[in-house]
Design a protein around this ligand. Structure first.
Ligand SMILES: Nc1nc2c(ncn2[C@@H]2O[C@H](COP(=O)(O)OP(=O)(O)O)[C@@H](O)[C@H]2O)c(=O)[nH]1
Ligand SMILES: [Mg+2]
Length: 209
């Protein structure tokens, strides 16, 4: 059952009338926001999960300036593809605009269930990622981490080393290895495990409850 495009929020000025309490354009499905650096693989992951070519994948960073909402039918959820941050040519104005836009969205959406912060498996969190994570936790939004492009880590020792490094950084922010999902939109590695977690609404951080 492929997903479906719902609506695009191009700008703060589009927000009025879009949300009403728990509803987005009259739809009540809980929202999951995909957050991450430009080019980290947000759109590719959405397409892989929703089994449709909905989100535009681009080699050129910084293309998505809008928030696109997609219906993940099987899950009964709505996925929000948030604009990426941190591409090389973005200046301060652009960053401010990003923060204002995301802020306005987060304030209006009464049914945001969780943010998925996507990080490149090869690099781990950048300064801007850490800023974004801080921003989300300040807003009280539950965060789960998704390490993308896992296929690019070719050897077992690469994988072991990278996961050790990432876990160490995230530990400092109060997150454990169970909050981290390693996936590849290309090879489909890890997608089942992630989908299962989303479908039962139980993520690593709640497994021991
Ligand atoms: N090797 C590899 N490349 C990927 C993967 N996911 C995305 N990419 C590539 O990374 C680039 C950016 O992807 P995109 O989904 O547009 O990233 P976004 O800007 O975060 O939405 C594209 O060239 C994709 O083909 C993956 O799982 N593995
Ligand atoms: Mg994108």
């Amino acid at each position: 059952m492929p997903g479906e495009f719902i609506v695009t929020l191009g700008d703060v000025s589009n927000i009025p009338g879009m949300f009403e309490g728990h509803f987005l354009k009259g739809r009540s499905e809980p929202r999951i926001a995909m957050v991450g650096r430009s080019n980290v693989g947000k759109s590719s992951l959405i397409n892989a999960l929703l089994q449709a070519r909905l989100a535009q994948v681009s080699k050129e960073p910084g293309k998505t300036r809008a928030i696109h909402f997609y219906l993940w039918k099987e899950m009964g959820k709505i996925v929000a593809d948030l604009p990426g941050y941190g591409y090389a040519r973005a200046g301060h104005d652009e960053r401010d605009r990003w923060a204002r836009f995301i802020n306005a969205y987060l304030k209006e959406d009464g049914n945001l269930e969780r943010a998925m912060v996507l990080l490149d498996a090869r690099h781990g969190p950048t300064e801007l990622d850490l800023e974004a994570i801080g921003f989300l936790s300040l807003k009280g939004i539950p965060v789960t981490f998704i390490m993308t492009k896992f296929d690019a880590l070719k050897t077992q020792s690469d994988r072991a080393r990278r996961s050790k490094e990432v876990n160490a950084v995230l530990k400092d922010m109060g997150y454990g290895p169970k909050d981290v999902y390693w996936v590849s939109a290309t090879s489909k590695d890890g997608l089942k495990t992630l989908t299962r977690a989303i479908s039962v609404g139980k993520y690593g951080d709640e497994e021991n409850d």
